[in-house]
Write a protein that binds this ligand. Structure first.
Ligand code: ADP
Length: 595
């Protein structure tokens, strides 16, 4: 055993050895001083060689003891028991040398005898602490140190009052007995504290294990979410491409109706997948925050317009109380996501009355409230509604009632944006979600970015790289209906071959291709002979590593299923194209940054 032995594998003997061998530099000095005092008593009455030899022996043994004791923990090649026995032996030798001072007893006056006894008793009391109350070690010192003097009091009693001498013998023996009991108690305390520490250590170890397990479970949850998202996105992506292409065909009325229903259902499904994707992106810490000045009124008005049809369907009223000049400094896409979720929930959970959105200013913060007169949330439920997949009254998990991810996303986003979110709600009366958003230091409108017109859709040559034939065909059908010329390849090699024959204006590559090939590899290979070729990566994989890889390669990543509008916006943006695209910078931001 050495001092670095971990607590989990340590025994009580090892702990004991460590305690008794702790380098106590203060201890030898008072003991040596006590020996000198006894020797001084002997100076006048005892032959000098006797007291000098005794003093030399006692001090030498004292030094040897403390020297060896301090080295014991390092003698790991010897067993603990053996080293404890060595400590016992050293204690006994010291006890004998101290007890041997009784050779002066016959020559001492009564007062000197009393002082000698006091010194030896004090040393024994000290030994209780230095032996950690371990009885064998304590007795090894105390018996040889005190028994001789107690016997001497009986054998050579004081001439003036012998009964005091006999009582001294009895008192010394009683004293040893009391010390022995106290030593037992001290040792018990040390034993208990050792066991307690050991138990606590084991408990901490277990807790650490449980924490690691929980973290691993959380990681596999993120992985599961990412791969589930990927597997579901792939077919929806293909379906939405075909759906959009179908919509652009001349159809009879009934077929158009069916196609529109199909596209609406697909969009709802895609939006649920987006929620899953948002959560996994937020958990993977790959959502970047870009704070810009945002005109809050414009943003809220846009969200108000979005919910207008629902508001009139449910015969609710909507009011917006916000000053034109209120600018906030935050990430526009992310704050829009937060506000959309809160406002949608307000409409969703209100059957009559009104939805009120109001903004006021205080201490450099815009205080925004989304208030409703809906069903309200009980205080018990308020503690849970921000948890993932938690819904108050959807035990049957009817997906038409949402996924229960909206507020979980809101909470992660406000944390990321450093915005304070509060909720007050009363069951049956309504709810109010409050946000404190940092105010921007501007009052003039910021300039919106205008994309320059460079090509037209009809002249655009798009190279699609996807190893799933159906996706390639779907993409081709869609892009051709937009007027583009489309080249389809299924690997880096075929893409390079095609691009060498006809130079594309943009490449749309799937992230993961067959045989360990990747879209990033394809894009790099194409850019080797077509420098600066605009490129978009399309992936159904939401694993954090995928997102980070795309970010590192600085290639725009779109997630499947990519809705037609989002795809059009991304192509238009990458190619500086605006013809046929109803360009709205806010929609553009929304489709490009978070989703
Ligand atoms: P979802 O709306 O998809 O169920 P959310 O995470 O957005 O998921 O909300 C979680 C739960 O919180 C909802 O199921 C609903 O019961 C409750 N909730 C959220 N907003 C409101 C609101 N404005 N009024 C009443 N209940 C609400």
């Amino acid at each position: 055993m050495d001092s670095s032995t971990p607590l989990s594998t340590k025994t009580l003997d090892e702990e004991l050895l460590q305690l008794v061998s702790q380098p106590v530099t203060r201890v030898p000095l008072p003991i040596a001083a006590s020996m000198v005092v006894i020797a001084l008593f002997a100076v006048g009455s005892v032959e000098p060689w006797i007291w000098i030899s005794w003093l030399a022996l006692a001090i030498s043994l004292l030094l040897i003891r403390w020297q060896i004791l301090s080295k014991l923990p390092d003698l790991g090649h010897l067993s603990t028991r053996y080293r404890l026995n060595m400590a016992n032996l050293l204690g006994a030798l010291n006890g004998f040398s101290h007890g041997a001072s009784v050779i002066f007893f016959p020559e001492f006056s009564d007062l000197e005898r009393a002082l000698q006894t006091m010194i030896l008793c004090t040393l024994c009391a000290g030994a209780m602490a230095t032996t950690a109350g371990y009885r064998p070690m304590f007795l090894a010192y105390a018996l040889p140190a005190l028994l001789p003097i107690s016997v001497m009091w009986a054998l050579i009693p004081s001439e003036e009052s012998p009964w005091i001498s006999y009582s001294a013998t009895a008192l010394i023996l009683a004293y040893v007995y009391v010390l022995l009991t106290l030593a037992g108690d001290t040792y018990k305390m040390i034993e208990n504290s050792f066991e307690l520490r050991l138990r606590q250590f084991k408990l901490n170890h277990k807790l650490k294990g449980a924490l690691e397990e929980a973290e691993a479970a959380n990681r596999s949850k993120t992985r599961f979410l990412a791969s589930a998202s990927h597997d579901l996105r792939q077919p929806i992506h293909t379906l939405s491409l075909f759906g959009a292409a179908l919509d652009m065909q001349p159809l009879d009325e009934r077929s158009r109706e069916i196609s529109q229903h199909m596209n609406t259902a697909l969009q709802a499904l895609a939006s649920e997948l987006d929620s899953l994707l948002d959560i996994s992106k937020l958990d993977a810490n790959v959502v970047e925050v870009t704070p810009v000045p945002v005109n809050l009124k414009l943003l809220l008005r846009r969200l108000g317009n979005e919910i207008e049809p629902l508001i009139s369907d449910k015969q609710l009223s909507f009011s917006l109380d916000c000053n034109n000049e209120i600018w906030i400094e935050t990430d526009e896409v992310l704050i829009e996501r937060v506000l959309r979720n809160l406002i949608n929930n307000a409409v969703h959970y209100t059957t009559s009355g009104e939805i009120k959105v109001s903004v006021s200013f205080a201490d450099g913060l815009a205080h925004l409230e989304v208030q409703d007169t809906g069903c309200g949330i009980s205080s018990e439920e308020q503690a849970h509604i921000f948890e993932e997949f938690y819904q108050v009254s959807n035990p049957e998990r009817d997906r038409a009632k949402g996924l229960g991810l909206g507020l979980a996303i809101v909470q992660r986003l406000v944390k990321l944006l450093d915005i304070k979110l509060q909720l007050t709600s009363e069951l049956g009366l309504g709810s109010c979600f409050m946000l404190d958003i940092p105010k921007a230091n501007i009052t003039t409108p910021a300039k919106t970015q205008i994309i320059n017109k460079a090509h037209s859709w009809r002249k655009l040559i798009v190279l699609v790289i996807d190893d799933v034939a159906a996706v390639g065909l779907g993409m081709k059908a869609l892009l051709e209906s937009l007027g583009c010329q489309v080249l389809v390849a299924d690997s880096t090699e075929t893409a390079v071959e095609a691009a060498k024959k006809t130079s594309p204006n943009i490449v749309l590559a799937d992230f993961r291709l067959r045989d360990n090939d990747t879209g990033i590899r394809s894009i790099n290979a194409l850019r080797a002979f077509l420098p600066g070729l605009p490129a978009l990566l399309i992936s159904g994989d939401t694993a954090p590593s995928r997102l980070q890889e795309a970010q590192a390669a600085e290639i725009e990543l779109l997630h499947k299923p990519v809705m037609v509008d989002a795809l059009k916006q991304a192509i238009a943006y990458a190619c500086d194209l605006n013809e046929d695209v109803d360009f709205d910078p806010h929609t553009e931001l929304e489709t490009r940054a978070l989703l």
